[in-house]
Design a protein around this ligand. Structure first.
Ligand SMILES: [Zn+2]
Length: 129
């Protein structure tokens, strides 16, 4: 029996109430597909995007990144970096170490930076801070 309460009848004709159940089922399916998010809906959203549940969903994942994220303000808890090694000494950062950023590239509207140990920056003569 189907979710509409219909059974397979082979070549027997459907009774009117069975046809009505089929039409009702198609209407339910159409409403469902009309409400689902389509690719075109995501190209330019005229609204906020809010996850259904806090601390549950991700945008991207390890190894699968968005190329660029543009935002005026970013409000966050912890900040994570994929650069886990100091750009000056090559050692991996350890918990409790102080880091700063060195500007690698100056674009017209942004800078690109890398994290380094504070001690390495001082050792290499960075004293602009
Ligand atoms: Zn270092």
């Amino acid at each position: 029996m189907s979710w509409l309460g219909l059974t397979h009848k082979g070549v027997e004709p459907l009774f009117p109430e069975e046809w009505n159940a089929v039409v009702d089922g198609l209407d339910i399916l159409k409403q469902y597909t009309d409400q689902s998010v389509k690719f075109d809906d995501l190209k330019a959203l005229p609204s906020d995007i809010v996850p259904a549940k806090t601390d549950t969903y991700s945008l991207g994942k390890p190894g699968v990144f968005w190329l660029s994220l543009y935002a005026r303000n970013i409000v966050t808890g912890d900040v994570h970096f994929t650069d886990i090694k100091c750009a000056l000494c090559g050692e991996e950062f350890r918990e409790g170490e102080a880091i700063i950023f060195i500007v690698l590239e100056r674009g017209s509207e942004s800078i690109r930076t890398v994290p380094v140990h504070l001690r390495c920056a001082l050792r290499h003569g960075y004293r602009d801070f």
